[in-house]
Design a protein. Structure first.
Length: 363
């Protein structure tokens, strides 16, 4: 359901606007927003900290050299010098923070934390720190949890950079291997330490997967042109959206294993599987985000939107049908609700004052 239909559920007053538009007093509005979408990046390579803000990537040789030097210093002075007791305390604090931010994903958070904590306990330099599979239903917080974890590791001074690099393997053809693919991989691993997350395994070119498999199995790959990409001291994360009917513990579901190429699956050392959200979970997330967006609207545009309880029932039903959970909520709240009302306020269609939001069924 698109922007205009969502708003007519939330604000039936807008039906008056429809009438005026039908009489020709206003031009047609541009459609905004739509259904929640899976995590899609505009390019194959993306560097993100929490919130998706791009970080500067040095391109000169001197810049890269300084980063590598800083990273090596960070490995020596930060995580490797922490006692096991300090690590236990730090990861307990991080666990508490993640569970306060991500709803109903306790086991998933536990497994992800263990996969990183293991590496800090092993203290092995010059190797891939861990190869981790993140899988589960879309919109359950897998990628957000990873970002939050890396941000917390940075704040606790266990890693020198709060960045996650994503590489979308779907965007490379066989012809790209010796150009875009190698260049993007070189940029992703140029910091000397960090987390690189691979997307799009299911639709990746077979030749591209061969090189990625070598990263997993050997820790590096070398092209026929003698160009080498080294993943030493990195966490390799593979991301996959898989529709699961129920929560799974202690085993890798067949639905997940069947989507991961065998050479990569063989090299996976840890995995964390997120659980599908229940309607009550979706309502809790939606309620919090809509109320927060309503407060932003009041502060920034002087629109005071009151959300009646019956609003959430109909919206939750529609979100559950998408099977995209958090992603559908984010699209609804940010694009359809918040940005949509800001646009109408800017155009003068809505003026400052109070509006009541309720479901069409209750009218």
């Amino acid at each position: 359901m698109g922007f205009q239909k969502w708003l007519r559920i939330l604000l039936p007053e807008l039906q008056l606007v429809d009438y005026v538009q039908a009489k020709g007093l206003r031009g047609k509005k541009q459609r905004l927003g739509g259904q929640g979408q899976a995590m899609v990046h505009p390019g194959a390579l993306r560097t993100e900290s929490v919130g998706g803000s791009p970080q500067h990537v040095p391109h000169s040789a001197s810049g890269v050299g300084k980063v590598v030097k800083d990273a090596k210093y960070g490995m020596k002075q930060m995580g490797l010098n922490r006692s096991n007791e300090e690590l236990d305390s730090i990861f307990t604090e991080i666990k508490k923070e993640l569970n306060s931010r991500i709803l109903r994903q306790g086991p998933f958070i536990d497994e992800l934390l263990v996969s990183y904590k293991n590496a800090f306990f092993k203290r092995e330099k010059g190797k891939v720190q861990n190869t981790i599979l993140l899988a589960g239903p879309a919109g359950t917080g897998k990628y957000t949890t990873l970002q939050l974890l890396v941000d917390q590791l940075y704040k606790k001074k266990l890693v020198p950079y709060k960045r996650v690099v994503t590489i979308d393997l779907r965007n490379y053809t066989e012809e790209d291997i010796h150009s875009n693919f190698v260049l993007d991989c070189s940029a992703a691993f140029e910091y000397g330490i960090g987390t690189v997350c691979f997307l799009g395994l299911e639709k990746a070119n077979a030749e591209v997967l061969k090189y990625v498999s070598r990263l997993v199995q050997q820790g590096y790959f070398r092209t026929s042109n003698s160009l080498m990409v080294d993943a030493s001291n990195y966490f390799l994360v593979f991301y996959s959206d898989v529709d699961l009917k129920e929560e799974v513990h202690g085993q890798l579901p067949a639905e997940v294993a069947n989507k991961i190429p065998a050479p990569i699956l063989k090299g996976v050392q840890s995995y964390a599987i997120s659980a599908p959200l229940l309607p009550a979970d979706v309502e809790a997330i939606l309620r919090g985000k809509l109320q927060a967006a309503a407060r932003r609207l009041e502060n920034q545009t002087q629109l005071n939107v009151s959300l009646e309880p019956d609003v959430f029932t109909g919206l939750v039903e529609r979100i559950m049908l998408t099977k995209k959970y958090g992603e559908a909520i984010e699209s609804l709240v940010e694009k359809d609700f918040y940005l949509g009302l800001v646009d109408l306020r800017s155009r003068g269609t809505l003026l400052a004052g109070g509006f009541r939001a309720y479901s069409a069924a209750s009218r």
